[in-house]
Design a protein around this ligand. Structure first.
Ligand code: ATP
Length: 317
C-alpha cells in the first residue's frame, strides 16, 4: 500500500494503580486498571525513503523528533522484525498532554505500529503487534487494545474488562510534565522514609480491587468513585505539591472522585454524568489551578485506522 495511513489512538486514565515493591530488575509489579478515554493522538504514516518524524499540536515542542520517540521506535521494531527498510514519514497530531500520565507516547507507539503495518503491508498478527508493544513499554499494549483492561506484571499482561456504561471525566492539564521513572523513584523513596521498606519483600503484592472491577462492570460511577486509587499519587504530590490545590478544586466543584492520572501531573475527576462533568470543568477552569481543562468520557476503543484528517500533511517533503 502506498497511500498514507492514519491511526487514531486514545489516552488512558488508571482507575486503579496498585504498585508493588521494587523488583531486582528495577521494575515494579502492578495491578493496573486502565480505562481508555476520548482524548486522541493521530499518527499518519506516509511513504518516504527514510524514517522521518514531524509533530504538531500545542505541546509539540516537548516531543523528541529523533529515534528516542516511541513512534519511531515502534516503526523501527516492526521494520526490523520483517527485514525491511524503515522508510516512512510519521506525522503525529498530538492532543494528549506530553509527560502527563495519560500514556501519550505509548499511544503514538501503538498508532505508528498499526499505521506502518498497513503502509508496508507487513500483515503482522494481533499477537505480534501486542508482543512488539510490550517490548517497547509497559503501557503500550493497552493503547492498542483500549476499552478497559487489567494490567499485571509491569502492566503489560492484559486482561480485557467488561464495562456496563460510559464514565464521564474531566482532566486538569498541568503546566509542564512529570517523568514517570522519577515518580516511581519518589514512590520508593517515600516508602523507605516511612520505615515500611520499598522492595518486593516489604510491599504486599498488588491486587485489583473487587469493588472497583464490579463498579466498572455495573457502569456505576458512584461505586467507581469510592473504589479508585493510585499508589503513585503521594509521589506525584511530593514532587508537585501544587497538585493538591487542583485536586481540592475538583472535589469542591462536585467531582465524585479526584485523583492524579497515572504518574501525573494531569489530574482526573470523575463526574456523575455529562452535565456534572461540564459543571466540574467550569469551576476547575475558573480556579486557576491548572493550564487547561478537558472533558471526555470512556471507555473508548483502542488504536484503529481511520480516514486521514482533511488538511493533514500526507506526503513526505
Ligand atoms: P505514561 O502515562 O505512560 O507514564 P506519560 O503520558 O506520562 O506516560 P509521555 O507523554 O508518554 O508521558 O512522555 C514521556 C516522555 O517520553 C516525554 O517526556 C518524551 O521525552 C518522551 N517521548 C518519546 N516519544 C514520545 C511521544 N511520541 N510523545 C510524547 N513523548 C514522547
Amino acid at each position: 500500500m502506498t497511500r498514507p495511513v492514519t491511526a487514531r489512538v486514545p489516552a488512558k486514565v488508571n482507575v486503579q494503580l496498585a504498585v508493588g515493591g521494587l523488583r531486582p530488575d528495577g521494575f515494579h509489579d502492578l495491578a493496573n486498571v486502565f480505562l481508555a478515554v476520548g482524548l486522541h493522538d493521530e499518527v499518519t504514516a506516509a511513504p518516504a525513503d527514510t524514517l522521518r518524524l514531524t509533530v504538531e499540536g500545542a505541546d509539540a515542542g516537548q516531543v523528541p523528533l529523533d529515534r528516542t520517540n516511541l513512534a519511531a521506535r515502534a516503526a523501527l521494531a516492526l521494520a526490523e522484525r520483517h527485514g525491511i527498510a524503515p522508510g516512512v514519514h510519521l506525522h503525529i497530531v498530538k492532543d494528549i498532554p506530553v509527560a502527563g500520565g495519560m500514556a501519550g507516547g505509548s499511544a503514538d507507539a501503538a498508532g505508528a505500529l498499526l499505521a506502518c503495518d498497513a503502509l508496508w503491508g507487513t500483515k503482522a498478527t494481533r499477537a505480534e503487534l501486542l508482543e512488539i508493544c510490550a517490548e517497547l513499554g509497559s503501557d503500550i499494549p493497552f493503547s492498542l487494545v483500549g476499552g478497559a483492561a487489567l494490567g499485571r506484571g509491569r502492566g503489560e499482561l492484559l486482561t480485557p474488562l467488561e464495562t456496563g456504561g460510559t464514565f464521564h471525566w474531566v482532566f486538569a492539564v498541568a503546566e509542564g510534565g512529570l517523568s514517570t521513572p522519577a515518580v516511581y523513584r519518589e514512590c520508593d523513596r517515600l516508602r523507605e522514609a516511612s520505615g515500611a521498606g520499598a522492595s518486593s519483600a516489604d510491599v504486599p503484592d498488588p491486587e485489583p480491587s473487587p469493588a472497583l472491577l464490579e463498579a466498572l462492570r455495573a457502569g456505576d460511577a458512584t461505586a467507581l468513585a469510592a473504589a479508585v486509587s493510585n499508589d503513585l499519587q503521594p509521589a506525584a504530590l511530593s514532587l508537585r505539591p501544587a497538585l493538591a490545590d487542583t485536586l481540592r478544586a475538583g472535589a469542591d466543584a462536585g467531582a465524585l472522585a479526584s485523583l492524579v492520572s497515572g504518574s501525573g501531573p494531569t489530574c482526573a475527576f470523575l463526574a456523575k454524568d455529562a452535565e456534572g462533568a461540564r459543571a466540574v470543568a467550569d469551576e476547575l477552569a475558573a480556579s486557576g489551578t491548572c493550564r487547561a481543562v478537558r472533558i471526555t468520557s470512556g471507555p473508548v476503543p483502542g488504536a484503529r485506522l481511520v480516514d486521514a484528517a482533511p488538511g493533514a500533511r500526507l506526503v513526505d517533503g
